[in-house]
Design a protein around this ligand. Structure first.
Ligand code: CA
Length: 231
């Protein structure tokens, strides 16, 4: 793995937590931990992790609630739930709340590492970002040189364009953009306006008529969607 995946482990049992840290550090991951549910929730919503390993039974907020809150904010955040219980009911609840996978304790470490790798692959982790983004209005953006012809983009504008490009099959909510592009966890009105301001600047750069955008469209109640040229 060229790029280190950032993993958050939310687990209250010290022995299991330190065992998992050892294993994933050994496999080249950057690992952060939380042992209390409340701390786990805060870190889970930070948008800083490529994957979250989430224990179900925790002091404070439990793993199901954390998963639920993650999904409200970000449908794409990879999550694997860990639990001592393996009843079908728990598995169904976990998957209904949107965990990507479910591993019952006691688990084989090798199995868990393989599951983590599979979920990361499905999430598109480590894929090279496109060198060019071709928009439906004919504008072609050079993502390496941060430009489109004479128009120059800031690093943040390019991160925003690249995230929208990766998710171009759907509109992306402002809260999700704040979490994934800015790394902001607790969005406030002032912060969602940050997204709008950046979108407005981008529209002035890539739209022929910024008042009637065609490339970055606003989907009412859902967010912004980047319209790519048809392949
Ligand atoms: Ca536990």
């Amino acid at each position: 793995m060229a790029q280190k995946a950032r993993l958050l482990i939310v687990e209250d049992e010290a022995a299991i937590r330190s065992g998992l840290v050892d294993v994933f550090v050994y496999h080249g991951y950057e690992v952060e931990t939380a042992e209390h549910g409340d701390d786990g929730l805060r870190k889970s919503l930070s948008g800083q992790f490529d994957l979250i390993l989430l224990d179900v039974m925790l002091p404070g907020v439990d793993g199901f609630e954390i998963c639920n809150r993650i999904r409200q904010q970000d449908r794409q955040q990879p999550v694997i739930m860990l639990t001592a219980k393996s009843s079908d009911e728990d598995i169904v609840q976990g998957l209904t709340l949107g965990a990507d996978d479910y591993v019952a304790k006691p688990f084989s470490v090798t199995q868990l590492v393989l599951r983590v790798e599979a979920v990361l692959r499905r999430s598109g982790f480590g894929e090279d970002s496109a060198r060019e983004i071709s928009l439906n209005n004919g504008v072609v953006i050079d993502t390496e040189n941060l430009c489109a012809g004479d128009t120059v983009f800031t690093r943040r504008e390019m991160d925003l364009l690249q995230y929208l490009c990766q998710q171009s099959e759907r509109p992306v909510a402002r809260e999700e953009l704040l979490a994934r592009v800015w790394g902001y966890a607790n969005h406030m009105e002032i912060e969602t306006r940050t997204v709008d301001i950046h979108i407005a600047k981008l529209r002035r750069k890539i739209e022929f008529d910024p008042a009637n955008p065609e490339a970055i469209v606003t989907v009412r109640g859902a967010g912004y969607r980047l319209m790519l040229a048809e392949q």
